[in-house]
Ligand binder design. Structure first.
Ligand SMILES: Cc1cc2nc3c(=O)[nH]c(=O)nc-3n(C[C@H](O)[C@H](O)[C@H](O)COP(=O)(O)OP(=O)(O)OC[C@H]3O[C@@H](n4cnc5c(N)ncnc54)[C@H](O)[C@@H]3O)c2cc1C
Length: 466
Protein backbone atom coordinates (compact mmCIF):
# COMPACT_ATOMS: atom_id res chain seq x y z
CA UNK A 1 0.00 0.00 0.00
CA UNK A 2 1.29 3.46 -0.86
CA UNK A 3 1.83 5.92 1.99
CA UNK A 4 1.63 9.66 1.43
CA UNK A 5 4.91 10.42 3.18
CA UNK A 6 7.71 8.21 4.49
CA UNK A 7 10.02 9.86 6.99
CA UNK A 8 13.35 8.02 7.14
CA UNK A 9 14.74 8.59 10.64
CA UNK A 10 12.88 9.01 13.92
CA UNK A 11 15.24 11.54 15.54
CA UNK A 12 14.15 15.02 16.60
CA UNK A 13 13.83 16.25 12.99
CA UNK A 14 11.85 13.26 11.70
CA UNK A 15 9.56 13.26 14.72
CA UNK A 16 8.66 16.97 14.43
CA UNK A 17 7.97 16.46 10.73
CA UNK A 18 5.80 13.40 11.35
CA UNK A 19 3.84 15.17 14.11
CA UNK A 20 3.27 18.21 11.84
CA UNK A 21 2.07 16.00 8.98
CA UNK A 22 -0.23 13.89 11.14
CA UNK A 23 -1.67 17.03 12.78
CA UNK A 24 -2.45 18.21 9.23
CA UNK A 25 -4.25 14.95 8.41
CA UNK A 26 -1.54 13.36 6.23
CA UNK A 27 -0.70 9.67 6.65
CA UNK A 28 2.95 9.10 7.40
CA UNK A 29 5.27 6.20 8.22
CA UNK A 30 8.42 6.81 10.28
CA UNK A 31 11.13 4.22 9.65
CA UNK A 32 14.24 4.04 11.82
CA UNK A 33 17.20 1.70 11.48
CA UNK A 34 17.91 1.60 15.23
CA UNK A 35 16.42 -1.25 17.25
CA UNK A 36 15.13 1.13 19.88
CA UNK A 37 15.15 4.81 20.85
CA UNK A 38 18.53 6.37 21.66
CA UNK A 39 18.96 6.94 25.39
CA UNK A 40 22.09 9.11 25.30
CA UNK A 41 21.80 12.86 25.70
CA UNK A 42 23.71 14.24 22.61
CA UNK A 43 22.18 17.73 22.20
CA UNK A 44 21.45 19.48 25.46
CA UNK A 45 20.57 23.02 24.39
CA UNK A 46 16.92 23.54 23.51
CA UNK A 47 16.82 27.08 22.16
CA UNK A 48 13.80 29.36 22.64
CA UNK A 49 12.72 28.76 19.03
CA UNK A 50 13.14 24.99 19.40
CA UNK A 51 10.84 25.09 22.43
CA UNK A 52 8.27 27.02 20.37
CA UNK A 53 8.43 24.39 17.62
CA UNK A 54 7.78 21.63 20.16
CA UNK A 55 4.90 23.67 21.56
CA UNK A 56 3.36 24.15 18.13
CA UNK A 57 3.30 20.42 17.41
CA UNK A 58 1.97 19.79 20.93
CA UNK A 59 5.11 18.11 22.26
CA UNK A 60 6.54 20.59 24.76
CA UNK A 61 4.51 19.20 27.66
CA UNK A 62 6.31 19.45 30.98
CA UNK A 63 9.82 19.68 29.43
CA UNK A 64 10.34 23.23 30.79
CA UNK A 65 9.69 22.00 34.34
CA UNK A 66 12.04 19.04 33.83
CA UNK A 67 14.82 21.16 32.31
CA UNK A 68 17.37 23.59 33.59
CA UNK A 69 16.63 27.17 32.58
CA UNK A 70 20.21 28.28 31.98
CA UNK A 71 20.87 31.81 33.25
CA UNK A 72 24.57 32.39 32.57
CA UNK A 73 27.69 31.19 30.82
CA UNK A 74 30.71 31.91 33.02
CA UNK A 75 34.01 32.04 31.14
CA UNK A 76 37.37 31.78 32.93
CA UNK A 77 40.59 32.71 31.18
CA UNK A 78 43.90 31.44 32.56
CA UNK A 79 42.19 30.60 35.86
CA UNK A 80 40.47 34.00 36.33
CA UNK A 81 36.80 34.79 35.64
CA UNK A 82 36.87 36.84 32.42
CA UNK A 83 33.26 37.08 31.23
CA UNK A 84 29.71 36.31 32.28
CA UNK A 85 27.24 35.95 29.45
CA UNK A 86 23.84 36.56 31.06
CA UNK A 87 21.18 34.69 29.12
CA UNK A 88 18.14 35.18 31.36
CA UNK A 89 18.23 38.96 30.89
CA UNK A 90 17.73 38.76 27.18
CA UNK A 91 14.81 36.37 27.00
CA UNK A 92 12.33 39.13 26.04
CA UNK A 93 10.08 38.05 23.19
CA UNK A 94 10.53 34.38 24.02
CA UNK A 95 7.67 32.28 25.25
CA UNK A 96 10.15 29.84 26.78
CA UNK A 97 13.77 30.74 27.54
CA UNK A 98 16.60 28.48 26.40
CA UNK A 99 16.60 25.19 28.30
CA UNK A 100 19.19 22.56 29.09
CA UNK A 101 17.63 19.14 28.64
CA UNK A 102 18.79 15.92 27.07
CA UNK A 103 17.94 15.23 23.43
CA UNK A 104 16.75 11.78 24.54
CA UNK A 105 14.05 13.45 26.70
CA UNK A 106 12.98 15.72 23.84
CA UNK A 107 12.70 12.77 21.47
CA UNK A 108 10.74 10.78 24.08
CA UNK A 109 8.26 13.66 24.41
CA UNK A 110 7.95 13.86 20.61
CA UNK A 111 7.32 10.11 20.37
CA UNK A 112 4.59 10.43 22.98
CA UNK A 113 2.96 13.17 20.88
CA UNK A 114 3.36 11.08 17.73
CA UNK A 115 1.48 8.27 19.48
CA UNK A 116 -1.31 10.65 20.54
CA UNK A 117 -1.67 11.67 16.88
CA UNK A 118 -1.93 8.01 15.85
CA UNK A 119 1.63 7.50 14.58
CA UNK A 120 4.58 5.39 15.66
CA UNK A 121 8.23 4.83 14.86
CA UNK A 122 8.92 1.52 13.06
CA UNK A 123 12.18 0.54 14.75
CA UNK A 124 14.66 -1.86 13.15
CA UNK A 125 13.63 -0.70 9.67
CA UNK A 126 16.62 0.61 7.77
CA UNK A 127 16.22 2.35 4.43
CA UNK A 128 18.85 0.87 2.09
CA UNK A 129 17.97 2.21 -1.34
CA UNK A 130 15.78 4.87 -2.92
CA UNK A 131 14.23 4.55 -6.41
CA UNK A 132 12.49 7.61 -7.84
CA UNK A 133 9.62 6.52 -10.10
CA UNK A 134 6.91 8.46 -11.88
CA UNK A 135 4.58 9.81 -9.22
CA UNK A 136 6.11 7.88 -6.32
CA UNK A 137 9.27 6.66 -4.62
CA UNK A 138 10.12 3.02 -3.94
CA UNK A 139 12.31 2.29 -0.94
CA UNK A 140 14.23 -0.91 -0.23
CA UNK A 141 14.16 -1.37 3.52
CA UNK A 142 15.11 -4.17 5.88
CA UNK A 143 11.36 -4.59 6.42
CA UNK A 144 10.66 -5.01 2.68
CA UNK A 145 9.73 -2.64 -0.14
CA UNK A 146 7.87 0.53 0.82
CA UNK A 147 6.21 2.87 -1.65
CA UNK A 148 5.41 6.50 -0.88
CA UNK A 149 4.38 9.64 -2.71
CA UNK A 150 7.08 11.59 -0.92
CA UNK A 151 10.15 10.59 1.09
CA UNK A 152 11.99 12.81 3.53
CA UNK A 153 15.48 11.80 4.65
CA UNK A 154 15.79 12.77 8.31
CA UNK A 155 18.37 10.04 8.77
CA UNK A 156 21.17 12.13 10.18
CA UNK A 157 24.69 13.10 9.21
CA UNK A 158 25.46 9.81 7.41
CA UNK A 159 22.08 9.84 5.62
CA UNK A 160 21.50 6.87 3.32
CA UNK A 161 18.63 8.73 1.65
CA UNK A 162 20.96 11.60 0.76
CA UNK A 163 23.55 9.27 -0.75
CA UNK A 164 21.06 6.96 -2.47
CA UNK A 165 19.13 9.82 -4.06
CA UNK A 166 22.34 11.47 -5.27
CA UNK A 167 22.36 14.75 -3.32
CA UNK A 168 25.65 16.70 -3.22
CA UNK A 169 26.94 17.37 0.29
CA UNK A 170 30.02 19.56 -0.08
CA UNK A 171 32.05 20.75 2.90
CA UNK A 172 35.17 20.37 4.99
CA UNK A 173 36.40 19.11 8.36
CA UNK A 174 37.00 22.14 10.60
CA UNK A 175 38.55 21.10 13.89
CA UNK A 176 40.15 18.45 16.00
CA UNK A 177 38.53 15.99 18.37
CA UNK A 178 36.21 16.83 21.21
CA UNK A 179 35.76 14.49 24.15
CA UNK A 180 32.43 14.34 25.92
CA UNK A 181 31.24 12.80 29.15
CA UNK A 182 27.88 12.92 30.89
CA UNK A 183 28.57 12.32 34.56
CA UNK A 184 26.67 12.26 37.81
CA UNK A 185 28.78 14.39 40.12
CA UNK A 186 28.74 16.88 42.98
CA UNK A 187 30.72 19.70 41.44
CA UNK A 188 31.24 22.99 43.27
CA UNK A 189 29.61 24.91 40.40
CA UNK A 190 26.45 26.98 39.93
CA UNK A 191 23.76 24.68 38.47
CA UNK A 192 22.07 27.55 36.63
CA UNK A 193 25.22 28.33 34.66
CA UNK A 194 27.46 26.72 32.08
CA UNK A 195 31.14 27.06 32.93
CA UNK A 196 33.93 27.34 30.35
CA UNK A 197 37.67 27.38 31.09
CA UNK A 198 40.08 28.71 28.46
CA UNK A 199 43.86 28.73 28.47
CA UNK A 200 45.62 29.13 25.14
CA UNK A 201 44.23 26.40 22.90
CA UNK A 202 42.98 24.39 25.87
CA UNK A 203 39.27 24.37 26.53
CA UNK A 204 37.12 22.60 29.09
CA UNK A 205 33.40 23.12 29.69
CA UNK A 206 30.74 21.91 32.12
CA UNK A 207 26.99 22.18 31.46
CA UNK A 208 24.37 21.25 34.08
CA UNK A 209 21.72 18.75 33.03
CA UNK A 210 18.63 17.72 35.03
CA UNK A 211 18.98 14.96 37.62
CA UNK A 212 22.34 16.07 39.05
CA UNK A 213 24.10 15.29 35.77
CA UNK A 214 26.89 17.35 34.19
CA UNK A 215 27.98 17.35 30.55
CA UNK A 216 31.78 17.72 30.47
CA UNK A 217 33.45 18.63 27.22
CA UNK A 218 37.10 19.06 26.28
CA UNK A 219 38.96 19.78 23.09
CA UNK A 220 41.69 17.13 23.08
CA UNK A 221 43.26 14.30 21.11
CA UNK A 222 41.13 11.20 20.71
CA UNK A 223 41.77 8.68 23.42
CA UNK A 224 41.06 4.99 24.04
CA UNK A 225 39.80 5.70 27.53
CA UNK A 226 37.69 8.86 27.24
CA UNK A 227 36.64 8.80 30.91
CA UNK A 228 40.25 8.67 32.14
CA UNK A 229 41.30 11.50 29.81
CA UNK A 230 38.34 13.70 30.77
CA UNK A 231 39.04 12.99 34.46
CA UNK A 232 42.61 14.16 34.09
CA UNK A 233 41.57 17.28 32.09
CA UNK A 234 38.96 18.12 34.74
CA UNK A 235 41.78 18.65 37.19
CA UNK A 236 44.38 20.22 34.91
CA UNK A 237 42.11 22.59 32.97
CA UNK A 238 39.24 23.38 35.34
CA UNK A 239 40.67 22.63 38.78
CA UNK A 240 37.80 20.20 39.44
CA UNK A 241 38.30 17.05 41.50
CA UNK A 242 37.54 13.95 39.36
CA UNK A 243 36.75 12.02 42.56
CA UNK A 244 33.55 14.11 42.70
CA UNK A 245 32.24 11.96 39.81
CA UNK A 246 29.93 9.22 41.11
CA UNK A 247 28.94 7.78 37.74
CA UNK A 248 30.25 8.00 34.17
CA UNK A 249 26.95 7.68 32.29
CA UNK A 250 28.08 8.23 28.69
CA UNK A 251 31.28 9.15 26.92
CA UNK A 252 31.88 10.00 23.31
CA UNK A 253 34.38 11.51 20.90
CA UNK A 254 33.35 13.66 17.99
CA UNK A 255 35.05 15.43 15.12
CA UNK A 256 33.55 18.50 13.56
CA UNK A 257 32.60 18.67 9.91
CA UNK A 258 30.94 21.52 8.09
CA UNK A 259 28.74 20.45 5.20
CA UNK A 260 25.56 21.69 3.53
CA UNK A 261 23.60 20.06 0.73
CA UNK A 262 23.35 21.96 -2.52
CA UNK A 263 19.68 21.04 -2.93
CA UNK A 264 17.06 20.19 -0.32
CA UNK A 265 14.84 18.40 -2.83
CA UNK A 266 15.33 16.04 -5.74
CA UNK A 267 11.99 15.28 -7.35
CA UNK A 268 10.01 13.39 -4.69
CA UNK A 269 12.81 13.10 -2.14
CA UNK A 270 13.62 15.83 0.37
CA UNK A 271 16.15 16.19 3.18
CA UNK A 272 15.91 17.80 6.61
CA UNK A 273 18.05 18.15 9.74
CA UNK A 274 21.55 16.70 9.96
CA UNK A 275 20.94 14.85 6.69
CA UNK A 276 21.08 18.28 5.02
CA UNK A 277 23.57 20.20 7.18
CA UNK A 278 26.23 19.41 9.74
CA UNK A 279 28.44 21.78 11.67
CA UNK A 280 30.11 22.37 15.02
CA UNK A 281 27.86 21.63 18.00
CA UNK A 282 29.28 24.69 19.78
CA UNK A 283 26.41 27.12 20.11
CA UNK A 284 23.78 24.37 20.37
CA UNK A 285 22.12 24.84 16.98
CA UNK A 286 21.93 21.50 15.12
CA UNK A 287 18.86 19.87 16.58
CA UNK A 288 17.06 23.21 16.77
CA UNK A 289 17.79 23.92 13.11
CA UNK A 290 16.57 20.44 12.15
CA UNK A 291 13.31 20.97 14.02
CA UNK A 292 12.94 24.33 12.25
CA UNK A 293 13.40 22.61 8.88
CA UNK A 294 10.80 20.05 9.85
CA UNK A 295 8.03 22.49 10.73
CA UNK A 296 8.72 24.57 7.61
CA UNK A 297 8.48 21.46 5.45
CA UNK A 298 5.52 19.89 7.28
CA UNK A 299 2.85 22.43 6.29
CA UNK A 300 4.09 22.64 2.70
CA UNK A 301 4.22 18.89 2.23
CA UNK A 302 0.82 18.53 3.90
CA UNK A 303 -0.77 20.88 1.35
CA UNK A 304 0.97 19.18 -1.58
CA UNK A 305 0.23 15.62 -0.38
CA UNK A 306 -3.42 16.56 0.18
CA UNK A 307 -3.64 17.82 -3.42
CA UNK A 308 -4.29 21.39 -2.27
CA UNK A 309 -1.05 22.80 -3.72
CA UNK A 310 1.31 22.17 -6.62
CA UNK A 311 4.76 20.70 -5.77
CA UNK A 312 6.26 24.13 -6.57
CA UNK A 313 5.19 25.10 -3.03
CA UNK A 314 8.06 22.87 -1.84
CA UNK A 315 10.62 25.14 -3.54
CA UNK A 316 10.03 27.68 -0.78
CA UNK A 317 11.40 25.12 1.72
CA UNK A 318 14.91 25.30 0.26
CA UNK A 319 14.59 29.02 -0.43
CA UNK A 320 13.81 29.73 3.23
CA UNK A 321 15.75 27.07 5.10
CA UNK A 322 19.03 26.78 3.21
CA UNK A 323 20.10 30.35 4.07
CA UNK A 324 19.26 29.66 7.72
CA UNK A 325 21.51 26.56 7.67
CA UNK A 326 24.27 28.45 5.82
CA UNK A 327 24.13 31.14 8.49
CA UNK A 328 24.29 28.53 11.27
CA UNK A 329 27.28 26.88 9.56
CA UNK A 330 29.23 30.10 9.35
CA UNK A 331 28.29 31.30 12.87
CA UNK A 332 29.17 27.98 14.55
CA UNK A 333 32.44 27.68 12.58
CA UNK A 334 33.38 31.23 13.59
CA UNK A 335 32.48 30.54 17.22
CA UNK A 336 34.48 27.30 17.22
CA UNK A 337 37.54 29.03 15.74
CA UNK A 338 37.34 31.80 18.32
CA UNK A 339 36.70 29.58 21.31
CA UNK A 340 39.56 27.30 20.35
CA UNK A 341 41.82 30.32 19.87
CA UNK A 342 43.80 28.57 17.16
CA UNK A 343 46.74 30.78 16.30
CA UNK A 344 48.24 33.77 18.12
CA UNK A 345 46.04 36.34 16.41
CA UNK A 346 42.79 34.46 17.12
CA UNK A 347 43.82 34.06 20.78
CA UNK A 348 44.63 37.74 21.17
CA UNK A 349 41.31 38.65 19.60
CA UNK A 350 39.46 36.24 21.88
CA UNK A 351 41.24 37.16 25.12
CA UNK A 352 41.73 40.90 24.71
CA UNK A 353 38.77 41.99 22.60
CA UNK A 354 35.92 39.52 22.51
CA UNK A 355 35.78 38.28 26.08
CA UNK A 356 35.61 41.83 27.52
CA UNK A 357 32.89 42.62 24.97
CA UNK A 358 30.83 39.63 26.10
CA UNK A 359 30.25 41.42 29.42
CA UNK A 360 28.36 44.21 27.66
CA UNK A 361 24.57 43.97 27.75
CA UNK A 362 24.09 44.92 24.11
CA UNK A 363 26.49 42.18 22.99
CA UNK A 364 24.81 39.65 25.27
CA UNK A 365 21.48 40.51 23.73
CA UNK A 366 22.85 40.09 20.20
CA UNK A 367 24.38 36.71 21.05
CA UNK A 368 21.19 35.50 22.70
CA UNK A 369 18.97 36.63 19.84
CA UNK A 370 21.16 34.87 17.30
CA UNK A 371 21.46 31.67 19.32
CA UNK A 372 17.77 31.55 20.25
CA UNK A 373 16.81 31.51 16.52
CA UNK A 374 13.89 33.82 17.35
CA UNK A 375 15.10 36.33 14.78
CA UNK A 376 14.87 33.86 11.91
CA UNK A 377 12.79 35.61 9.28
CA UNK A 378 11.83 34.69 5.74
CA UNK A 379 10.98 38.28 4.78
CA UNK A 380 12.00 39.10 1.22
CA UNK A 381 12.96 42.70 2.10
CA UNK A 382 14.93 44.16 4.99
CA UNK A 383 12.73 47.21 5.34
CA UNK A 384 9.01 47.73 5.71
CA UNK A 385 6.33 47.81 8.35
CA UNK A 386 6.85 45.17 11.05
CA UNK A 387 5.93 42.44 11.14
CA UNK A 388 6.81 42.02 7.46
CA UNK A 389 5.45 39.08 5.47
CA UNK A 390 7.86 36.25 6.38
CA UNK A 391 8.57 37.48 9.94
CA UNK A 392 7.98 35.25 12.95
CA UNK A 393 4.81 36.30 14.74
CA UNK A 394 4.63 33.62 17.40
CA UNK A 395 3.20 36.03 19.98
CA UNK A 396 0.11 36.72 17.85
CA UNK A 397 -0.38 33.10 16.81
CA UNK A 398 -0.75 31.10 19.99
CA UNK A 399 -0.67 27.31 19.84
CA UNK A 400 -3.50 25.93 17.84
CA UNK A 401 -2.31 22.44 16.94
CA UNK A 402 -0.17 23.37 13.93
CA UNK A 403 -2.93 25.14 12.02
CA UNK A 404 -3.15 28.24 9.88
CA UNK A 405 -4.46 31.32 11.71
CA UNK A 406 -6.64 33.82 9.90
CA UNK A 407 -7.44 37.15 11.51
CA UNK A 408 -10.38 38.70 9.71
CA UNK A 409 -12.75 41.62 10.21
CA UNK A 410 -16.30 40.97 11.42
CA UNK A 411 -19.14 40.90 8.89
CA UNK A 412 -19.71 39.43 5.44
CA UNK A 413 -16.25 40.15 3.99
CA UNK A 414 -14.50 38.51 6.94
CA UNK A 415 -16.81 35.50 6.88
CA UNK A 416 -16.23 34.98 3.17
CA UNK A 417 -12.49 35.23 3.74
CA UNK A 418 -12.66 32.60 6.54
CA UNK A 419 -14.75 30.25 4.38
CA UNK A 420 -12.26 30.59 1.53
CA UNK A 421 -9.23 29.96 3.76
CA UNK A 422 -10.85 26.83 5.20
CA UNK A 423 -11.78 25.53 1.75
CA UNK A 424 -8.30 26.02 0.32
CA UNK A 425 -6.02 25.34 3.30
CA UNK A 426 -7.92 22.82 5.42
CA UNK A 427 -8.60 23.48 9.08
CA UNK A 428 -7.99 27.17 9.85
CA UNK A 429 -8.12 28.90 13.22
CA UNK A 430 -10.22 32.02 12.65
CA UNK A 431 -10.03 35.10 14.86
CA UNK A 432 -12.33 38.05 14.36
CA UNK A 433 -10.81 41.50 14.91
CA UNK A 434 -12.34 44.89 14.15
CA UNK A 435 -10.16 46.13 11.28
CA UNK A 436 -10.46 46.56 7.55
CA UNK A 437 -7.57 44.25 6.70
CA UNK A 438 -7.09 40.54 7.26
CA UNK A 439 -3.93 38.55 7.91
CA UNK A 440 -2.86 34.93 7.58
CA UNK A 441 -0.23 33.23 9.73
CA UNK A 442 1.37 29.93 8.69
CA UNK A 443 1.36 26.90 10.98
CA UNK A 444 5.06 27.61 11.69
CA UNK A 445 4.08 31.06 13.03
CA UNK A 446 5.41 33.25 10.20
CA UNK A 447 3.22 35.93 8.66
CA UNK A 448 2.07 34.65 5.25
CA UNK A 449 -0.14 37.46 4.00
CA UNK A 450 -1.82 40.72 4.98
CA UNK A 451 -4.37 42.55 2.86
CA UNK A 452 -8.01 43.26 2.08
CA UNK A 453 -10.21 40.20 2.70
CA UNK A 454 -11.20 40.02 -0.97
CA UNK A 455 -7.50 39.76 -1.98
CA UNK A 456 -6.92 36.45 -0.19
CA UNK A 457 -8.08 34.32 -3.12
CA UNK A 458 -5.49 35.82 -5.48
CA UNK A 459 -2.75 35.39 -2.88
CA UNK A 460 -3.64 31.70 -2.44
CA UNK A 461 -3.76 31.19 -6.22
CA UNK A 462 -0.17 32.41 -6.39
CA UNK A 463 1.13 30.38 -3.46
CA UNK A 464 -0.74 27.13 -4.00
CA UNK A 465 -0.35 27.27 -7.77
CA UNK A 466 -3.92 26.14 -8.43
C1 LIG B 1 28.04 16.28 21.28
C2 LIG B 1 26.94 16.93 20.58
C3 LIG B 1 26.27 17.97 21.21
C4 LIG B 1 25.25 18.61 20.56
N1 LIG B 1 24.58 19.62 21.19
C5 LIG B 1 23.56 20.24 20.57
C6 LIG B 1 22.79 21.22 21.25
O1 LIG B 1 23.05 21.54 22.41
N2 LIG B 1 21.74 21.79 20.60
C7 LIG B 1 21.43 21.43 19.31
O2 LIG B 1 20.48 21.99 18.74
N3 LIG B 1 22.12 20.46 18.66
C8 LIG B 1 23.17 19.86 19.25
N4 LIG B 1 23.84 18.86 18.62
C9 LIG B 1 23.43 18.44 17.28
C10 LIG B 1 22.24 17.47 17.34
O3 LIG B 1 22.53 16.36 18.15
C11 LIG B 1 21.89 17.04 15.93
O4 LIG B 1 21.81 18.18 15.10
C12 LIG B 1 20.54 16.30 15.92
O5 LIG B 1 20.67 15.01 16.49
C13 LIG B 1 20.00 16.15 14.50
O6 LIG B 1 18.78 15.48 14.55
P1 LIG B 1 18.26 14.65 13.31
O7 LIG B 1 16.93 14.11 13.71
O8 LIG B 1 18.36 15.49 12.09
O9 LIG B 1 19.31 13.47 13.12
P2 LIG B 1 19.70 12.30 14.12
O10 LIG B 1 19.54 12.72 15.53
O11 LIG B 1 21.04 11.83 13.70
O12 LIG B 1 18.62 11.17 13.85
C14 LIG B 1 18.68 10.37 12.70
C15 LIG B 1 17.83 9.14 12.90
O13 LIG B 1 17.84 8.42 11.68
C16 LIG B 1 18.05 7.03 11.93
N5 LIG B 1 18.67 6.46 10.73
C17 LIG B 1 19.96 6.56 10.31
N6 LIG B 1 20.14 5.92 9.13
C18 LIG B 1 18.93 5.41 8.80
C19 LIG B 1 18.46 4.67 7.69
N7 LIG B 1 19.27 4.31 6.68
N8 LIG B 1 17.15 4.30 7.64
C20 LIG B 1 16.31 4.66 8.65
N9 LIG B 1 16.72 5.37 9.73
C21 LIG B 1 18.00 5.75 9.79
C22 LIG B 1 18.92 7.01 13.17
O14 LIG B 1 18.78 5.78 13.87
C23 LIG B 1 18.37 8.19 13.96
O15 LIG B 1 17.33 7.82 14.83
C24 LIG B 1 24.88 18.20 19.26
C25 LIG B 1 25.55 17.15 18.63
C26 LIG B 1 26.57 16.53 19.28
C27 LIG B 1 27.30 15.40 18.61
Amino acid sequence: METSVVVAGGGATGLVLACGLLASGIDVRVLDSADEPATTSRALGLQARGAEVLDRVGALGDLPERSIGIQRVVVSLNGEQAAVLRLGLSARGARTPGLLVSQAEIEARLRQRLGELGGKVEWGTRVDAVHQETGSVLLDTTGGAVRAQWVVGCDGAHSTVRKAAGFDFPGVPIAENFLLADVRADLPLDREAAAVWLRGEEIFAAFPLPGGVWRLMAHADASEDVAATVASLMRSRAGLDPDAVREWRWTSVFRINRRLVTDYRRQRVLLAGDAAHIHSPLGGQGMNTGMGDAENLAWRLALVAAGRAEPALLDGYQRERRPVAADVLSATSGLTGLVLGEGRFARLLRDRVLLPLVNRHVVQRMIWQRASQLKVSYAAHRFGRRPRVGDRVAQCAPDNGFRWTLTAPPGRAGEACAELAGRRLGEVDVRVRPATRASLVRPDAHLAWRGKPEELDAYLDGVLGR
